[in-house]
Design a binder for this molecule. Structure first.
Ligand code: SF4
Ligand code: SF4
Length: 208
């Protein structure tokens, strides 16, 4: 996407507002509240990522996927932060090409192979993630260390209870919002890697 001009695209923030109004979708932080709280609680007990190189954010282990709602709210946040620019597009396209995130590879009738990639929002080592907890993918928020000073693999886990609790609470509105976005933007997927999903929505929001 050469010479990307954010003014040439519909505002993700405005579009998210329209989707929220039409579907009753609560705001991003409200829907993540229980996962953010459990993460903060772990952090207050010293279970944090400060000693780690960030294995779960790199191509070693990261294969995080997001739905259209999560991708749109992340874009809306990036827009508010002044980060919806050429640099973002270049980063997304670089990661998509490097890890072939635009290539579908089915491993079963309806099961797609999840490719691993280094997240474009990973800032290396203890600097960690450059995204606010309010808009981070649910899966990223729920994956935390099980003990203090973790620096090697196998000592972290996903808290499925909070993920399921969050999903049950928001299932209907998120389904409505995902369907609306997919129909209006012509998306063929339900979940994709974060870089690909963001890039797809940016392309769809570019004005004709
Ligand atoms: S969750 Fe675990 S693997 Fe990921 S950055 Fe934190 S300590 Fe490292
Ligand atoms: S969004 Fe943040 S926590 Fe999630 S994979 Fe990317 S850098 Fe890691």
């Amino acid at each position: 996407m050469k010479n990307f001009d954010p003014k040439a695209m519909k505002s993700p923030k405005n579009y998210l507002n329209l989707v929220s109004k039409e579907t009753g979708l609560p705001n991003a932080l409200e829907r993540r509240k229980n996962i953010v709280e459990q993460m903060s609680e772990l952090n207050s007990k010293g279970l944090d990522c400060f000693s780690c190189s960030g294995m779960c954010c790199t191509h070693q282990y990261n294969s995080m996927q997001v739905d259209p709602v999560q991708a749109l709210e992340l874009l809306a946040w990036l827009e508010s932060e002044g980060r919806l620019n050429d640099e973002l597009i270049e980063d997304l396209e670089e990661v998509i090409l490097e890890y072939r995130l635009n290539k579908d590879f089915m491993i079963g009738r309806n099961r797609e192979f999840r490719r691993k990639y280094t997240c474009p929002f990973f800032m290396k080592k203890s600097q960690g993630c450059s995204i606010s907890r309010a808009v981070k993918p649910y899966g990223c928020l729920a994956f935390n260390p099980l003990e203090k000073n973790v620096s090697t693999e196998g000592k972290c886990a996903s808290n499925l209870d909070v993920l399921i609790e969050r999903e049950n609470k928001n299932l209907e509105t998120e389904e409505r919002a995902n369907e609306l976005i997919s129909n209006e933007l012509g998306l063929y997927w339900k979940k994709k890697s974060m870089p690909f999903a963001l890039h797809e929505i940016i392309k769809a929001l570019l004005k004709p």
